[in-house]
Design a protein around this ligand. Structure first.
Ligand code: EPU
Length: 419
């Protein structure tokens, strides 16, 4: 298992390219199960979660061709098995995204129940209830979801809560259903919009993605298509925070600032000068110490839970006290205990963390428990005095493409070593 070793201090400066969004690439790869012809997906990030998805599709018998630029062509006409095993689903919860498309296109699917994870219990009841309302017969037994259906039927679904992959699963299932499906209280995340745009390019008829009401008029078949995944707004936000907490400056190319309003606003509040173009974002901290900012996570377009840990790292070395409220997941403060070991002053009260900024952090061996928590520890390491060792970085490799290479390009002193 690899570790990252970071010598804190250097002020980051330079330009990097942002990769395609993990959380759009995963549902889009699942959506290829709906098509009658090959689907070519481009701008796919080179990540462990993508490898797991390819393995999952490959084991079902789906044909995959990957070129040297990580464009993946998927042809599901060779599918043999309609099965997502526990051993893969437990390593990547997003595997649940194959349920809707497989069931809708092939009439059956057996998918392991994901179970809990480091950030909360994360049930999938909304996915299952929605599919049942569309006419699926679903049994859960032995840790597996066994689903069968003839042709799903379009219905009006009102989700109990805003769920990103829940919305995506149901939207994908509805594309081949008979009649019209309306999803109310739908997630509005840019990744949901990207998936809808890709499905429409495959011949689906989806309206309203990006609002809380999505209408899907079922069609008989979907075709092959060619589609490029949108830029990763969470990777973008993470590098902007990296520059901000070192007092540095960075320009992100191939980014999408229009998907990041809440995060950019908080960075400006923290004292950063942020400028944007159509596909780039520049941040300059002019060597200043950031000012601590209050943050409350909520579904898009509000501040994303996937940026909460990184802003916790920013706040702990910023000037002043701030309150961070996590409202999306019940247990997403594991990084707090590790940041404290580096000298951070943080008080936890239920789903709220109250930070009092200290001028310096001290390096320590730290360990990550989930993807974004790992990122926050790397960020803290960039400003800590001494050598920070971040262990269990396989979490980082699930969601950040070449993080140490990109940070090195910006002047950070960071290296990967095998444990
Ligand atoms: N929830 C339920 N029932 C459901 C579905 C969700 O109670 O049927 C609850 C969850 O337990 C959670 C809340 O609803 O408390 C929101 O969860 P959501 O379903 O939106 O999360 P997700 O779809 O499993 C995606 C991202 C996460 C991101 C969340 C929130 C993907 C593959 N994953 O997860 O990304 O944090 O939305 O924005 O899109 C990450 O990239 O690090 C990551 C965890």
């Amino acid at each position: 298992m690899d570790k990252l070793i970071i010598s804190g201090g250097p002020r980051l400066s330079g330009e990097i390219r942002i990769s395609g969004a993990k959380n759009a690439a995963l549902p889009i790869l699942a959506a290829t199960l709906l098509a009658e012809g090959p689907v070519k997906v481009g701008n796919i990030p080179h990540l462990h979660d993508i490898t797991v998805t390819m393995e999952l599709l490959g084991r079902m018998g789906v044909s995959l061709v990957v070129d040297e630029h990580m464009n993946i062509e998927v042809d599901c006409s060779t599918i043999r098995e309609f099965f997502a095993p526990y051993e893969l689903v437990r390593t990547m919860r997003a595997s649940i995204l194959v349920l809707g498309p497989m069931l809708s296109h092939f009439g059956r699917a057996t998918v392991s129940l994901p179970g809990g994870c480091a950030i909360g219990s994360r049930p999938v009841d909304q996915h299952i209830e929605g599919l049942v309302k569309m006419g699926a017969e679903i049994e859960t037994d032995g840790g597996y979801i066994h689903a069968r259906a003839k042709r799903l039927k379009g219905v009006r679904l009102v989700l109990d809560l805003v769920t990103v992959t829940g919305t995506e699963n149901l939207m994908m299932a509805a594309t081949l259903a008979e009649g019209t499906t309306i999803i109310e209280n739908a997630a509005r995340e840019p990744e949901v919009v990207d998936l809808a745009t890709c499905l429409n390019a495959m011949g689906a008829s989806i309206f309203g993605a990006g609002t809380d009401t999505i209408t899907i008029e079922g069609v008989r078949r979907l075709n092959g298509a060619s589609y490029d995944v949108l830029p990763d707004r969470i990777e973008s936000g993470t590098f902007l925070v990296a520059a901000a907490l070192t007092g540095g400056r960075v320009k992100l190319k191939d980014a999408l600032p229009g998907t990041m309003d809440a995060v950019l606003q908080k960075l400006r509040e923290a004292g950063a000068e942020v400028t944007v173009g159509e596909d780039w974002i520049a941040l300059d901290m002019h060597g200043r110490r950031p000012v601590a900012v209050n943050v409350k996570t909520s579904p898009y377009p509000a501040f994303p839970t996937d940026m909460q840990a990184q802003f916790t790292a920013l706040n702990v070395i910023s000037d002043g006290t701030a309150v961070i409220s996590e409202t999306v997941f019940e247990n997403r403060f594991m990084h707090v205990h590790e940041l404290r070991r580096m000298g951070a002053s943080i008080r936890l009260e239920g789903n709220t963390a109250i930070t009092s900024g200290v001028p310096v952090l001290k390096a320590a061996p730290v360990m990550a428990t989930d993807l974004r928590a790992s990122a926050s520890l790397v960020l803290a390491g960039l400003v800590a005095e001494g050598e920070t060792v971040v262990d269990r970085i396989y979490h980082i490799d699930r969601g950040y493409e070449s993080i140490e290479e990109k940070l090195t390009k910006l002047g950070a002193e960071i290296r990967r070593v095998p444990s």
